[in-house]
Design a protein around this ligand. Structure first.
Ligand code: FAD
Length: 296
């Protein structure tokens, strides 16, 4: 089923996982993660993709397993920064053959490789990837796109990023998923301004529970997500107490989710970091709130 069809009837709860990284390429640990997440009955699970295509086969394999063995809708992330038309065609064919109907179309980050030649790029922006997939595979996939409540780091300003987002939606992205944010006001601003310029598709809120102090710093640096004073103070105060940091992270994310649901969010997308127990803790603490996500 296409996620856009689910979103026509309800607000969604979904998870993001990534192919496990280890030397021998063994991804078997992901099956325990999926098994545990499946108990929470998500509307879909998305699987990330290495920008250089490094874990391409694993993304396809995991997205296929979610769909065909766990009977949960899956979304395969797909980046195009150094892709060719042929490679994108090949991946889409594999996804289609495996009944995966949803793709999160991304440009990806520029590689650190000094030999990377921008002039050789076939796809310059995610919207070009969307246009290509729609041309080659009309009606086969529901496409979605990334959006940035605190502005993408390459954009000069919020307004420019928003205009580029509108182009991505016009190119075929049927819903959007936000970058991580720790201050819900950034999400509300993005939704309000997106609606102002005619972006009408659902915008799912990306929530990443803090699980340790270092990962908060890393994710905030990588994703450009600012850390509110109260959150950073709490984390710093318990820096040497990992269990306390985790409790704070789970409670903070839970409070964000309650606030978002109260304000009519289109969907909650939890970046699980392959730690299902974190999502389980959140679900266990607000079962009734989540059950009533779609109440009038
Ligand atoms: P685009 O939408 O192409 O935008 C990139 C930049 O170009 C922005 O600054 C935008 O404002 C600007 N722009 C866009 N169109 C135009 C235009 N026509 N003219 C001028 N400027 C324009 N990365 C991975 O490698 N693998 C993943 O699995 C992955 N999953 C992600 C999931 C989510 C929900 C999010 C939010 C990000 C994810 N990323 C992932 C990171 C993403 O690849 C990077 O943030 C990347 O730098 C931008 O990708 P994009 O698709 O948003 O790019």
């Amino acid at each position: 089923m296409k996620i856009s069809d689910i979103l026509k009837t309800k607000s969604t709860i979904s998870f993001e996982i990534f192919p496990p990284k280890n030397k021998d390429g063994d991804i078997s640990s992901i099956y325990h993660t999926i098994e545990e997440l499946s108990k929470l009955n998500p509307d879909f699970i998305s699987v990330t993709y290495g920008a250089g295509g490094s874990n391409r086969d694993k993304t396809i394999e995991i997205a296929s397993t979610i769909k065909n063995q766990y009977h949960i809708e899956s979304v395969a992330h797909l980046t195009c920064i150094n892709a060719t038309e042929e490679s994108i065609r090949d991946i889409c064919q594999q996804l289609r053959n495996n009944n995966v109907e949803n793709i999160l179309g991304l440009r990806g980050d520029f590689p650190n490789d000094p030999n990377f030649n921008k002039d050789e790029m076939v796809f310059h922006y995610a919207k070009e990837l969307d246009e290509f997939i729609i041309k080659e595979f009309p009606n086969d996939f529901c496409l979605s796109g990334a959006c940035y409540p605190e502005v993408h780091y390459e954009a000069d300003c919020f307004e420019d990023d928003l205009k580029a987002l509108k182009q991505k939606v016009d190119a075929g992205a049927e819903y959007l998923v936000t970058q991580v944010f720790y201050d819900n006001n950034y999400y509300y601003r993005l939704v309000k301004e997106a609606r102002r310029i005619g972006i009408t598709v659902p915008i799912l809120a990306g929530i990443m529970p803090v699980t340790n102090a270092k990962s908060l710093l890393r994710s905030s640096k990588m994703c450009g997500s600012s850390v509110p004073y109260n959150l950073s103070t709490m984390i710093e105060n318990y820096y040497h107490y990992p269990k306390a940091v985790r409790e704070i992270g789970i409670n903070y994310a839970t409070a964000q989710i309650i606030d978002l649901i109260t304000n009519g969010v289109d969907g909650i997308h939890i970046y699980t970091m392959n730690k299902p127990e974190i999502a389980q803790s959140i679900f266990a603490s607000i079962p009734t709130v989540l059950e009533n996500l779609n109440h009038d």
